[in-house]
Structure formats: structure tokens, C-alpha cells
Design a protein around this ligand. Structure first.
Ligand SMILES: *[C@@H]1O[C@H](CO)[C@@H](O)[C@H](O)[C@H]1NC(C)=O
Ligand SMILES: *[C@@H]1O[C@H](CO)[C@@H](O)[C@H](O)[C@H]1NC(C)=O
Ligand SMILES: *[C@@H]1O[C@H](CO)[C@@H](O)[C@H](O)[C@H]1NC(C)=O
Ligand SMILES: *[C@@H]1O[C@H](CO)[C@@H](O)[C@H](O)[C@H]1NC(C)=O
Ligand SMILES: *[C@@H]1O[C@H](CO)[C@@H](O)[C@H](O)[C@H]1NC(C)=O
Ligand SMILES: *[C@@H]1O[C@H](CO)[C@@H](O)[C@H](O)[C@H]1NC(C)=O
Ligand SMILES: *[C@@H]1O[C@H](CO)[C@@H](O)[C@H](O)[C@H]1NC(C)=O
Ligand SMILES: [Zn+2]
Ligand SMILES: [Zn+2]
Length: 621
């Protein structure tokens, strides 16, 4: 395995060396359809799920990964379930819930856009994720929340408003997110929802977005701290339901959930509160108090979250039985058991047919439902329509972002030959490349952001060369600046730092294991190893983590050799980091020059989404 990082610049270098490169060679279409059944032997889950009186299946940050992970390299087969398989899983789980006479809700926490060919591979003139969302709309979601990726482009938000939200009859929630249509600002979905579960539980649901600032014109994100002061908010939470379901595109740790939680707790000290978060792409769980649990369920359909809670009898039943009305007393509607901690469980499922069959008690031949099959078929047809199997070349081996960071001789030679400095944020590389056919779909998953390349010409070499370390916050002087850059990237939606911290932490814990545990771990397959703050073990299948090699937030091509400090060089960068880069550059500039956007020009017509294909066409054929 080698690093994906240098490939980026190799691609840009090639693209810019020969603007016609991408037309030079026709890709050949391989009509190999999706592997319907995992080719690898998959480990079944370790133990049955714990069911409560109310249960939740949770998806978040799916980013278009509806055909599942289909590469044979580890640990991808573990996530090979597609959305049709998931639909069959949901159908069987709903039946189980009825048999057990309990509630089962399906919740999504946003980010349906940007990530695979199914969402991003649409023909010119289309709208991102419009087609893939048609499949999302077929699932019986009870509550959905808007994500930041629904807001980078006005047209995407408009599509959610016009075509997506109406399907869910008031359950697509955007408590603090508005869109302006015909000059009128209004919620993209609904601000809150109140409904009854099958078992008669009264639910009050919200859908909250973290303090995101990268949204397009004519969309509005209200800060969470302001939202909880709104009159509508106070109104929405005033009456006591049986349970609050706070869905939202906001990480369950180190963010603003406590603001929402405390606002509800101030009125209802004991009512159960279930929080379903997202955005940082990690598996995480914590309890803000003994009558609440917060769950975050990973990314890219690599995780299905499970939460169960032993809630008191619904108030409506209670009332019927003893004629009391508990509303307004803030006691969870359960009389004497009100003050006790609620028993919760949570589990992170690896979505694949083996997991799904295990937990539903189905076999390979009884698992599929006609509905699930039709979704799988529809997704395959969409992939065909978008020509996602168009092949640029054959990747000679795996190229990973974090799992191996050495030995990159084949692409280094391109990078070394450059007479300029190219900088991008490492988050522009979204997913690993695995050995084998490199297709249009792979290009879009590895580099889904249509960033343009900009440049400032004639920057003194010594100054240009210092930009990368400064952006990455090397040196005490830069620490403050680094935090500001970090905060700015976070506000605009960059989550790579948190995700990598999580991966790094699991690799570090693994390295600290004693010899005996290591031997036991030798039996385990690769995957996520979650340590969260909730009681018990969260992962459905015990794994051993992938090795982890840190990469910084910003990355650059190898600096040109043998240049004098004052030699003029081109400083090339992606538009996503323009503001930070100019700020840093001005801090470094010694000759008194102040750079502004007026010094910046477009470097090439090639977009970040295209360069890996250009590279593959030249180097991998
Ligand atoms: C994960 O994938 C690997 C590689 O295909 C496989 O050997 C392993 O059994 C899978 N593990 C689980 C838990 O599904
Ligand atoms: C937005 O979508 C409309 C059609 O729905 C299209 O005419 C328009 O060109 C799109 N705008 C952009 C900027 O993509
Ligand atoms: C969102 O829309 C509602 C309803 O039109 C409006 O009252 C509110 O002021 C808007 N909020 C923001 C932050 O724009
Ligand atoms: C935002 O709305 C204004 C007024 O309706 C319009 O002129 C402008 O083009 C819109 N911007 C975008 C990005 O849609
Ligand atoms: C109830 O839960 C809280 C928070 O998880 C915990 O601190 C407390 O010890 C629990 N109390 C009991 C009696 O288990
Ligand atoms: C599962 O069933 C499908 C047909 O529905 C079959 O092609 C496949 O080989 C079966 N796999 C196993 C492991 O039995
Ligand atoms: C590995 O798994 C096998 C089969 O389940 C078991 O017999 C063996 O004891 C395990 N080894 C370790 C070190 O746990
Ligand atoms: Zn996301
Ligand atoms: Zn997000």
C-alpha cells in the first residue's frame, strides 16, 4: 500500500502539463456489475442485539454510498451491504419489532450529498444526489435531519426543499436551516415534528445542524445557541412527550448538543432524551445524564447504528389505566420509576448481508425482499446510466490516505519534477483507492469536491516554501494562527481532523495492548475498534484496527530543488483554502508585499474531481 497523497499532485502536474490528456485515451467500459454477494467469507456478529421497548436504527453521513463498498481489499467487504440489502434488513427488523410488540424507528442525520458516482456522477445540468435520493425516499424513515452537504450549493438545497422533504410529511427536519425561495426565507424541511409511534408513544423531534458557515447564498444557518432562544423552540418543547428524539447533523461529543439538551432539561428534568448525531464520521456514544443517550453512527454506510431504550409505558396508556394526567410534571410519564436511570444499549453494525441475516434470523435465500431487490436493481441501473464503470486505468495496488505513508516512488517522480509549489487540504482526498479497475465511480469517491486550482505567480521561493509548514501550524508562533485556520475549516465543514484523531487513537490503543491481547487480536479481522463513553462494548463485531499514519491537514508537492530564496515560483492551491492561504502568505512575506485575491488567477480548467482520472489514463494503462 502506498500513499494517495502524492498522486494528487502527480495528477495535477500531468493535467497541467498536457491539458488534452484527458481526451487522449478512451477508457474502455467493463460491464462488470456489482458483486451481489460478498466474495469474502464474513465473520458473523458476536452477539444478538439487545432490544428495548423503543429501538432505533440510525444512518448518517451516507454521502451517496448506496451501492455499499464493493472492493475486495480489507476491510471493504465488511461494508458490502447495499441500500437494497438495508431495505430488506429494515423490513425484517420491523416485523421483528411487531412480534416483540415494541417500537422501532428509523432515523437519518444528514449529509446525503457528495461522495460517490451515484450522487455526483450525474450528467451536466443535473442536480447532485437528486437521483440517489429517490432511493432514500423509498425507505420508511421516521425522522431525518439536514446535513451541511445539503447546503454548499443552492440548487441542492432547493432540490431537498422541493423534491425530498415533501415525501416525508413533515419529518424531514431543519430546525435551524432556512432556504430563500422567491425572496421568502423558510425552513428547508420542518423545524420540529410531533408524532406517535406504533405503540402510542408521543415523540417530539428536532433536526439540528451544527454551527456551519460554508452554506451557499440564499440559505441560512442559525447558530444553535440562538435557535434555543427562539419562541417557536420554547413552544415546540413545552408540552411533555413520552420521549424527545433530537436528531441532528452535529457530533455527539465536543459540540453544541448540551445547549439543546439543557434547554429541554430546563423544562423537563426527567423526560427521556435520545440524541442521534453525525458529521464527524466516527462511531461515538455518550450519556449526558442517566435518562438520555447520544449516538453517532460513522460514515459512508460503513456503520448502521442501533440504540435501544427501556422506556416507561407511554403516558397515554398510563392515563387510560389510572386516570392520571402527568403532562407538565416533567416526570417521564412513568410514576414511581421516573427518577431511575433508563437502561439503554447501543451497537455499531457493519452493514453486510452476514450481519443483516444474523440479526434478522434470515438465511441467504430468505433474506431478500422484493422491495430490497428492486432497490438494488434500480441502483445498478442508475450506475449504468451514469456510466460509473467507465475505466480510466488499473490501479497497480492500494493507495491509502492514512494506512501507509511511505514508498511512493512511482508518483514521486512526477512530483519531484515540478518547478512550482502546489498545496491542497488533505480533506480534498476523501477515500482510499484500491488496487484493480479505477473507474469513474472511484474517481468521484476518492476526490468528490469540484475545487478549482488557483495560483499566485512569482512568489519568492523561500516564502512559498514556508507556506505549507505555516498552514500546518508548525512552530509556537503559528499555534494561534493554526487554531484559527482549524476553526475556520471546521465551520466550513471539514471533519478530517476529528476522523483521523479517532483512527489514530484506536491504532495507538492497539499498539499498547499486551502480548496476550495481541495474540487474541490476531484472530480478528480489520475494522473499526470503538471506545466510547457508553457502558459495554459498542462494536457488533470485534475488530483489530488498521495501522495508522498521520497526515497533516494541508499537503504539498515536493518542493523544487536547487532554487535561490528569491527565485520566483508559482504557488498553486485549491480554491477551498484561498482565504487561509493568503492570510498565511501575508504573515510570511518579508518584502512588504501584501497579497490579495487580485493576485490570484485560475491555474487550469481541470477540476479536483478530474485529476485522478487524468493520472490513471496516463500512468495506469
Ligand atoms: C472483513 O473483511 C475481511 C476481508 O474480506 C474478511 O476476512 C472478514 O471476515 C470481514 N470481517 C467481518 C467482521 O465481516
Ligand atoms: C439550478 O437548477 C436549474 C434547474 O433546476 C438549472 O436551470 C440551473 O442551471 C441550475 N443552476 C446551477 C448553478 O447549477
Ligand atoms: C426561517 O424561516 C422562518 C419562517 O419563514 C422565519 O420566521 C425565520 O425568521 C427564518 N429564520 C432565519 C434564521 O432566517
Ligand atoms: C439569491 O437570491 C437573489 C435574489 O432572489 C438572486 O439574485 C441570487 O441570484 C440568488 N443567489 C443564488 C446563489 O441563488
Ligand atoms: C445514572 O446515570 C448517571 C449518568 O450516566 C450515572 O452517573 C449514575 O451513576 C447512574 N446512577 C445509577 C444509580 O446507576
Ligand atoms: C446466496 O444466494 C444467491 C442466490 O440468491 C446465490 O447466488 C449465492 O451463491 C448464495 N450464497 C451463498 C453463500 O449461499
Ligand atoms: C482463534 O479462533 C479459533 C477458532 O474460533 C480459536 O479456536 C482460537 O482459540 C482463537 N485464538 C485465539 C488466540 O484467540
Ligand atoms: Zn459527512
Ligand atoms: Zn457533515
Amino acid at each position: 500500500m502506498r500513499s494517495l497523497i502524492l498522486l494528487v499532485f502527480a495528477g495535477v502536474a500531468l493535467a497541467c502539463g498536457d491539458d488534452h490528456a484527458h481526451a487522449a485515451r478512451d477508457g474502455h467500459v467493463h460491464d462488470h456489475s456489482k458483486r451481489e454477494f460478498p466474495s469474502a467469507k464474513l465473520t458473523p456478529p458476536s452477539r444478538p442485539l439487545t432490544w428495548g421497548s423503543l429501538n432505533i436504527l440510525h444512518t448518517t453521513d451516507s454521502h451517496g454510498w448506496l451501492l455499499g463498498h464493493q472492493k475486495p481489499s480489507f476491510p471493504e467487504p465488511n461494508y458490502s451491504g447495499d441500500f437494497g440489502d438495508f431495505a430488506s434488513f429494515v423490513a425484517h427488523m420491523k416485523e421483528l419489532a411487531i412480534k416483540k410488540d415494541v417500537d422501532l424507528l428509523l432515523v437519518d442525520s444528514g449529509d446525503l450529498h457528495d461522495g460517490t458516482g451515484l450522487s455526483d456522477g450525474y450528467p451536466t445540468g443535473g442536480v447532485d444526489a437528486h437521483a440517489s435520493n429517490e432511493f432514500f425516499k423509498q425507505l420508511p424513515y421516521d425522522v431525518l435531519a439536514i446535513g451541511n452537504h445539503e447546503l454548499y450549493i443552492y440548487n441542492n438545497t432547493l432540490d431537498m426543499y422541493t423534491n425530498f422533504a415533501p415525501r416525508f410529511n413533515g419529518r424531514y427536519l431543519s430546525s435551524n436551516v432556512n432556504i430563500t425561495v422567491d425572496g421568502v426565507s423558510k425552513p428547508v424541511g420542518s423545524r420540529f415534528a410531533k408524532f406517535k409511534t406504533r405503540k402510542g408513544r408521543a415523540v417530539t423531534a428536532l433536526g439540528v445542524l451544527y454551527d456551519f458557515t460554508g452554506n451557499d447564498q440564499n440559505t441560512t444557518v442559525q447558530k444553535v445557541e440562538d435557535m434555543v432562544k427562539e419562541a417557536w423552540f420554547a413552544d415546540a418543547i413545552k408540552d411533555e412527550p413520552d420521549v424527545f428524539l433530537l436528531a441532528g447533523h452535529m457530533p455527539v461529543s465536543r459540540d453544541n448538543w448540551p445547549l439543546v439538551f439543557n434547554a429541554v432539561r430546563a423544562v423537563h428534568p426527567l423526560t427521556p432524551i435520545l440524541i442521534l448525531g453525525g458529521h464527524t464520521h466516527i462511531r461515538d456514544c455518550l450519556q449526558l445524564d442517566g435518562r438520555s443517550m447520544s449516538l453517532e453512527s460513522g460514515r459512508y454506510m460503513e456503520t448502521i447504528g442501533w440504540m435501544s431504550a427501556d422506556l416507561p409505558e407511554p403516558k397515554s396508556h398510563h392515563r387510560r389505566h389510572n386516570g392520571e394526567d402527568h403532562s407538565g410534571h416533567g416526570n417521564g410519564g412513568s410514576g414511581s420509576s421516573a427518577a431511575k436511570n433508563i437502561t439503554f444499549s447501543r451497537r455499531y453494525l457493519d452493514p453486510n448481508r452476514v450481519t443483516f441475516e444474523y440479526h434478522t434470523g434470515q438465511g441467504n435465500f430468505s433474506f431478500d425482499t422484493p422491495w430490497g431487490r428492486s432497490i438494488t436493481k434500480g441502483l445498478e441501473q442508475l450506475a449504468k446510466k451514469f456510466d460509473l464503470t467507465f475505466q480510466y486505468g488499473t490501479a497497480p495496488h492500494d493507495f491509502t490516505i492514512n494506512h501507509c505513508y511511505a514508498d511512493c516512488t512511482d508518483c514521486e517522480q512526477y512530483a519531484r519534477g515540478l518547478d512550482k509549489i502546489m498545496i491542497t487540504n488533505s480533506g480534498s482526498m476523501r477515500f482510499d483507492i484500491y488496487s484493480g479497475p479505477f473507474t469513474k465511480n472511484d474517481q468521484l469517491t476518492a476526490s468528490p469536491f469540484a475545487d478549482t486550482f488557483l495560483y499566485i505567480p512569482n512568489v519568492p521561493f523561500a516564502v512559498a516554501n514556508a507556506v505549507l509548514p505555516a498552514l500546518n501550524g508548525a512552530g509556537a508562533d503559528n499555534r494561534k494562527r493554526d487554531n484559527a485556520v482549524e476553526a475556520e475549516l471546521w465551520a466550513r465543514g471539514y471533519v478530517g481532523t476529528r476522523y483521523r484523531e479517532w483512527m489514530e487513537d484506536m491504532a495507538r490503543r492497539d499498539a499498547e495492548l499486551g502480548a496476550e491481547s495481541r495474540r487474541a487480536a490476531a484472530n480478528l479481522t480489520l475494522g473499526y475498534v470503538t471506545q466510547d463513553s457508553c457502558p459495554g462494548v459498542g462494536d457488533d463485531i470485534p475488530h483489530t484496527p488498521l495501522e495508522f499514519h498521520a497526515i497533516p491537514d494541508f499537503i504539498a508537492s515536493a518542493s523544487p530543488a536547487g532554487l535561490a530564496d528569491d527565485a520566483p515560483v508559482d504557488l498553486v492551491f485549491v480554491d477551498f483554502i484561498e482565504t487561509q492561504l493568503i492570510g498565511i502568505l501575508n504573515g510570511l512575506s518579508t518584502d512588504g508585499k501584501t497579497y490579495t485575491t487580485a493576485d490570484v488567477s485560475k491555474y487550469t480548467d481541470v477540476l479536483a474531481t478530474e485529476m485522478l482520472g487524468i493520472y490513471a489514463q496516463q500512468a495506469w494503462n
